[in-house]
Design a protein around this ligand. Sequence first.
Ligand code: GTP
Ligand code: MN
Ligand code: MN
Length: 608
Amino acid sequence: MTAVTIPGLDQAPTTHKRLLAWVREVAELTAPDQVVWVDGSEEEWTRLTDRLVAAGTFTRLDKKPNSFYAASDPNDVARVEERTFICSVDEADSGPTNNWMAPDEMKAIMTELYRGSMRGRTMYVIPFCMGPLDAEKPMLGVEITDSEYVVVSMRIMTRMGAQALARFTDADGNERDFVPALHSLGAPLAPGQSDVPWPCSDTKYIVHFPEERLIWSYGSGYGGNALLGKKCYSLRIASVIGRDEGWLAEHMLILKLISPENKVYYIAAAFPSACGKTNLAMLEPTIPGWKVETLGDDIAWMRFGEDGRLYAVNPENGFFGVAPGTNWKTNPNAMRTIDKGNSLFTNVALTDDGDIWWEGMENPPAHATSWKGEDWTPESDELSSHANSRYCTPMAQCPVLAPEWDDPQGVPISAIFFGGRRATTIPLVSESFDWQHGTFMGATLSSEKTAAATGNLGEVRRDPMAMLPFIGYHAGDYFRHWIETGKRADADKLPKIFYVNWFRRGDDGRFLWPGFGENSRVLKWAIERLEGKAAAHESPIGWVPTAADLDLSGLDADPADIDAALAVDLDEWRAELPLIEAWFDKIGDKLPTSLRDELAALKQRLAG
Ligand code: GTP
Ligand code: MN
Ligand code: MN
């Protein structure tokens, strides 16, 4: 049999054997019109964005340089957790929190879906690197996609193209390994068939083969489903690599806090999707003398350094941030970042003068086009923007980016925050007794469901370490990995673990704590706890401050609200116990006994 000829297939800018073989295999299966090897150049960006404008996918913004507006298919707006699978060889390695199917069975189904799925389209080959390019062991991947939107988004979100491909062989000329990530919109075009602005399929699969370190995605063009370097590689697959190699891949922001004495602290924080990571990562402190710089807003890879401390690296190169609620007051640094241009905006509103707008932004336009393509005015009953609409913007444009953001060494983490969105029960901040208790806090983290994934808004669910949709293996084994991690370092070198809740509400539904820049007061308290400077009292759930222990100078808030935000309500906590118990029962036999012990101890403290 002679090899199929597809234009571009043989113009590979590499001799990497495994890569060439995989690209050929996928091209023969998916049957695109041509193959393009993505180089990441400016010229390529211009060509692809022009093409997306011509196709009606993008509208060029007059008011922001080199920036574009896109509206997705209304059925392709968020991650699809019920269509996300961890196809481990053994079902017991996927666990009760993931969907599972046997790898062979899944591959048989998806191979038929991929057969001819790129007909009439271009197949792009995107070499990329998660984390710094000059890492000793660069974390490489290749995404194959038939979506131009994905290519230009990947150019913002990852280090990609020629600069990444250059890392595919090491200094000795040996071929490096990479994670193959296959993406197809599942919308082939028949000859003469005209395209739609947002092609996708009603059939969607987001699939991970953890043993093979392989990703297959089908049917969606949206963010976390389609930009496979992000959730699929850097969390689901990387969490498995981390388990095997002794490090952590987490859904965490990384920030640098600088005290008035110029002491530097690095903090990582895990909050579920749409619960405040991006906002905290770029925070502008309201307390004088304190500064925050950003290293990452969504993902942290943490490994022990030679000094026994835990060092964090952000694998990403851009921000894919929730748009609604972002404004000059809540997140001025995000506004400054997108104002520099070179950004993509998906499912927000398009103003008549060629800018973007969303709910919560200042100065609503008198008229705009909604994300659904309909006329919108401030009087409209419908929202102008989808609740999970996003901006996609280069990290390098962030005015408070920490200079060490691209250092392959990473930064030593002093504190880890867990937090969720809870109207009751969880106080503004508490400090764990030790690593194991902190792991318990993370393992039982709960939050009300947001628009970042499809499903019932507002429903409280357990979201361990904010990783529920992203753990690439059994949650019980993941908890064990956390417990084990704490045993690999001296207690005084481990980050201290805190539990926060910016979202507690009063009886009338208002937030008790003003949040955003004011969260710097909580960061300050946590850091001063590490320094042994701030006071706290012991409660059944951990060390907690009273209002007097926090720096509240200049805070414009009702003192009764602050007390209510800080309160540990024993009855609310007693009501929480059966929920935690049910959650642990769901995890089953693989739940570490030390976490059962933590629950028993909490129960006892609450009874006392
Ligand atoms: P993903 O990017 O989906 O992982 O979410 P994220 O954790 O980065 O969430 P983000 O920072 O984008 O915040 C999502 C929503 O929470 C926005 O609507 C914010 O306005 C709101 N929010 C963030 N921080 C605070 C806060 O301190 N207080 C209150 N009340 N709302 C907040
Ligand atoms: Mn996220
Ligand atoms: Mn975010």
